[in-house]
Each structure stands twice: as C-alpha cells, then as structure tokens.
Design a protein around this ligand. Sequence first.
Ligand code: NAD
Ligand code: MG
Length: 385
Amino acid sequence: MKRVTILGATGSVGSSTLDLIEREAEAFEVLALTANHDVERLAAAAIRTNAKLAVVADASCLPGLIERLAGTGIQARGGPEAVCDAARMGADWTMAAIVGLAGLGPVMAALEGGGTVVLANKEPLVSAGDLVVEAAKRHGATLLPADSEHNAIFQCFDADRPERVRRIILTASGGPFRDWTVEAMRSVTPQQAVAHPNWSMGAKISVDSATMMNKGLELIEAARLFPVAPSAIEIVIHPQSIIHSMVEYVDGSILAQLGPSDMRVPIAHTLAWPDRMATPMAPLDFVSVGRLDFAAPDPARFPALALARAALQEGGARPAILNAANEVAVAAFLSGGLNFLEIAAIVADTLARYNPVAPDSLEAVLAIDAEARRHAGERVKDCVV
Ligand code: NAD
Ligand code: MG
C-alpha cells in the first residue's frame, strides 16, 4: 500500500487526485488531507478515505472541522504549521496542490521525508526553484511534475542525455481570450476569465491562463525542472490542448505526449510512476479531434509572457517578484478591484520598482515575496475600476 498525503485536497487538482485514489482504495493509505477553509469538503473526503489527519490552514475553521470529524477517529488540526506537520508525516507520495506561494513551506516539509513529492503547485518552483530542487536532492526525495506540460516533458525527456535535447516546446491553449483584441480584454469580468475553454481549474490558475501568465510561470517552472537553457524553451499556441508539450532532439526527432485535457492523466502518471495505472479516461478519438493547430503567441496582447521570460533570464529575485505581484494582482482582479489588463501592468510596475539582490535562503525568498506583495498592493490601491 502506498501511503499518500494531499496538500490542497479540496481544490481542483486535489479533487482529481482523490478521485484516482478512491477508485483504487485498496492500493492507497491516506495519511493526511489539508485545505484552506472548506471544512465541509475536507471532512467528507477525510471520512471517505479514512485519513489519519485532516488539517485546515485557516485555524479559525478548526472548530467546524472538529465537529464534523467527531467520533470518526480522524485527527483534526488547524493553522499553517499544522499543514507543514501533515506534510512531514512520512508519506511515500505527496501531492502538492495548494495554490500560490503559500504552498512553499508545506512542499519543503514534504521533501524532508525523502519520498515522492508531486508538484502541481508551480509557484514555489517559480519563486524558490533552486532551493526546492536542492532540498529534494539533499533529502533524497523524488520531485515529479503534475503540471500537464511538465509531466509531458518529463515523459519525453531523456534525462541521461540532456545535451542531446535541442528544444523544449511548451504548448499553450491561449486561454479564453486567445483571439480577443486588447480593447475587448479591457472589460472582461472575473466570470469570463475563469471560464477556460479546455480545462476545469481553480480560479487563480484560470486567470493566469487568461493573461497567459500561467505559461510564463510554466516557462520558469520548465527551466527549474529540466537542464536546458531558457532560450531552448519555446512556447507555441495549440488551442486543442491535445499535445501537452514536446521535446526536440539534435537529430530532429520530436517526442510529444498527447492525451485528453484532464488532470487525472498526468496525476495518474505520477501516482503509478515508474509503473502505469488505469484511469477512467475514454480513449482519445483522433477522428473527432480532427486537427491540431499551432500558432505563435502574441506578445503585444499577452505582455505577461515577455515579463516572465525576462524574469527567468535575469534570474535572482526577479521570478519571486513576478510571482508575488501576480498573486496580488490576480486576487484583486477576482475581487473586482482591478481590470483585467492591469494584472500584467501591476506585475511590470512591481518589477520596475523593486530589484533586491538574489535570495540565498528560504527566509530571503519569503522576505522578497512579502516586500513585492507590499509594492503590488500599493499599486492596486491606485487602480479604480
Ligand atoms: P484550487 O484553488 O482549486 O485549490 C487550491 C487548494 O489549496 C485548495 O484545497 C485550498 O483549500 C488550498 N489552499 C488555498 N490557499 C491555501 C493556503 N493559504 N494554505 C493552505 N492551503 C491553501 O487550485 P488548483 O486549480 O487545484 O491549483 C492548485 C495548484 O496546482 C496551483 O499552483 C496551480 O497553478 C497548479 N495547477 C493546477 C492545475 C489545474 O488543472 N487545476 C493544473 C496544473 C497546475
Ligand atoms: Mg499547465
């Protein structure tokens, strides 16, 4: 039996992970499930999977969790430290599916146990990538990518011969506003932005997909995970989201991973790796897919892409600032305090105003993150929608 923990169990990726685990309940023992404040869903999932521990990060929700778990024998805890403790329970396999840099502490805690840590949560890799990768090495932990593109690259990448890789081709759906004019994008609502054409995801990543900042974050994520130069990672728009990414070798061969746009496919790959497991996915019907299209991304309408590429190339604190400002701007947009185009503008502005030295520790990353959030927050206040 594989002992598993899901950090962010009530979210989109967390729910997809639970679905796979519950279909093969005899193969998995659930140690811990965590959530931010949805105690209803958390308690229900903990009871269904007979988890040992359920943790709610927002400690004010703990009484509600305790009440729902009364008499079940499942332990309930609350607060961010308890989330990290849950990550330290020594699972063989941990799904990191918290959204944002809030997942960094729990990811680092999970790595301490030396098991397999699966990253859906991309923001820690963007802001503190080197530290995360180093910690995995130090503790003998295995990092596996669940992000569909990076999982695709992982499946195609010859890790023994990275020097034979010429290019990584990161595919992007282009999001719901792929063909919109800048003028039309100015007045999009949060509801329009979270309605992704191909994928069903949490609100933050859906907005990131709409601004294409998600692809920018994924560019940085790819550079952290795979030993290739940033200039060797290309982004191509592929509206059907069937090819999840590709690796080109020096001989001109290109390997691609294809599949339906359902996160259960990459998650199942990491759950069973290096083996394979069945999923409920119907076989892909190529005839009904009909065609696969490709286009170049438009840097003028989607400025987030260039911001992310510059942050990656400049390195140091830049990716952490990019991520922090983006988290603040996306939250403001979702709560109606910002128009859609101002998201990238706030990220650009924060990067222009704040340029600290490269962080050399986790504490330094967190300090840069906090300061960048403060800068971005000030700028959000100036925006009147
Ligand atoms: P979501 O919003 O649906 O779920 C987020 C989860 O994190 C929830 O369980 C929530 O309770 C928890 N959480 C939120 N804030 C927290 C905090 N401060 N402390 C502790 N827990 C907290 O998000 P999602 O779409 O599942 O995405 C999760 C991560 O995976 C993100 O980093 C996202 O970029 C990445 N990802 C998601 C998808 C997808 O299809 N949804 C695909 C690839 C990568
Ligand atoms: Mg992705």
